[in-house]
Design a binder for this molecule. Sequence first.
Ligand code: COA
Length: 258
Amino acid sequence: MDFIKQEITSGIAWVTIDRQSKLNALNSQVLDELETTFLKLQKNAEAKVVIITGAGPKSFVAGADISQFPSMTPVEAQKLSERGQHVFSVVEDTHKPVIAAVNGFALGGGCELAMACHIRIASDNAQFGQPEVKLGVIAGYGGTQRLPRLVGTGRALDMLLTGRMVNAQEALDIGLVNAIYSQDSLLEEAGKKADELMQQGPQAQAYTLQAVYSGMGKTLKDGLQEEAAAFRDVFDTEDRIEGASAFLERRSADFKNR
Ligand code: COA
């Protein structure tokens, strides 16, 4: 891997996009490496929570690599959009919690990658945006769909139609991120959030993710059916016996992810 660094320590998989000379912009190789990394982490039992961040002090990801745009045909553009969407869906479909630790610019594909993660925290210098309209194009890696779902149509359209940057405080105010920390403490705080997540039932988290995301595009009635099915399936796990026993015996649960 040239552009993705990954290590697992104490259950946390740290994934760093490292293409600093281009502010970690996503070319096709970065997308390929990202997909491979997440597919492997999905199967790796040592990885209980994933934290993704960008290398360097300035940028999480500054977007899709613009240098590929000028020569691209409409057909190639559709393929690129579908490719980016697919890779980010792999991230979103991870059956364990994925935290985006947004450490600077999260523009275009960077904002879209953060939105495909399950939890977003940001450093105080973070800047979010979908600046594609400034280039005469549109968001293509999920931005037109995930942004309205996260912050509401009105706020999303303001960002998508003006391309303006939103600072960390505004991102917090509109629900685009869950919390802001100083640049120096961002990764430490991401680690603390991962520790909190690792104390909970992993099977329960996987079924929660499934119920939330599969219900999102459905009617309330159909979404509630998804929830009941996931509720049923989680009762078929050993972890749910352990969870209730631990509570009744006044001890911490020792979940086995089974
Ligand atoms: N694609 C390709 N290269 C990019 C890039 C992108 N999305 N974003 C930044 N880079 C490159 C720059 O071309 C520059 O490369 P160079 O040194 O070889 O010329 C390098 O990263 C540093 O960027 P620079 O623009 O000099 O940094 P800056 O601090 O002045 O500005 C940004 C930072 C993020 C505001 C600016 O780089 C920017 O607007 N980037 C594009 C953001 C965007 O439109 N993303 C959506 C793409 S669809």
